[in-house]
Design a protein around this ligand. Sequence first.
Ligand code: GDP
Length: 335
Amino acid sequence: MPRALITGITGQDGFYLSEHLLKQGYDVYGLIRGQANPKRPLLERTLPDVRIVDGDLLDQASLMNIIQKVKPDEVYNLAAISFVMLSWNQPELTGEITGLGALRVLEAIRLNAAASPSRSKSGIGIKFYQASSSEMFGKVRETPQNEQTPFHPRSPYGVAKAYAHYITVNYRESYNIFACSGILFNHESPRRGPEFVTRKLTIGAARIKAGLQNELVMGNLESRRDWGYAGDYVRAMHLMLQQAEPDDYVIGSGETHQIKEFAELAFARLGLDYREFVRSDPQFMRPAEVDLLIADPSKARRKLRWKPEVSFRRLVDMMVDADVEAESRVQAATA
Ligand code: GDP
């Protein structure tokens, strides 16, 4: 059985990727940070087949031990401080985890291979996936963005992700590690954290419909994003590691929509006009904004034969419906 180790297992992508790999017959190990991690019980309940290992991206020795113990065939580095707004408040921590965290995982792979050369007949045996981000394009230099588009990150998060991307490429070139960087555009689902704009809108719409609140305070509704469904995007992560050669790929839908279009569709799903409820407030505006993202995913289509299955509209509907259902479950439990 192939064995995968996933960092960031308790996040949205960790969940979908685990589910996908378990279906493919993998043994899945998930790295969990910290004592009494509040997300651990949910992980144990929803994905009982995932084996949990304790470690921290800030702790090089813990990563070395885990790689040695688990002996994974594939490592997916999904762990990060991933909320862009937070990265201005904790820029150093973001650099440590989102940026240097990738280096520490790569070092753990490299040093383990050096200690047991039998695993490294043709380079280092363990394959590595880095979760890179369209936020690296930031103030975009060209439209749409492809693998060759220069980076111009606009947040400490984007800067940290750019470091992690380049160190992944560098370890591939320096040590012959099978290391791939997936430059994923925004990807969402009912499991998206409530701090992200899509989920904030779908939870808000569901609560307004249920009469639990009457307005929703947002930030900049003008920016544009290329949104897809996380369940589609994790398939691309896995495909990258199954190719003959390691490489970098842009993964996105090739469509872009304004935040207010997402709001419009989400509220319309519930028969509401978002303009009556959604308000923009400076408290949610960012010091530097990424105005426009749109992927050119043609390389992934061509080489990985990957394409997304869930459309923008279906994604919005899926997220709204899930939040309406979750809200009615809470109501029923408290009635
Ligand atoms: P990001 O693209 O990784 O930063 O993903 P987000 O979902 O956090 O934000 C996407 C876009 O939505 C950005 O341009 C934000 O400025 C914009 N936005 C507008 N209002 C909000 C809000 O209330 N919360 C968040 N998270 N983003 C907002």
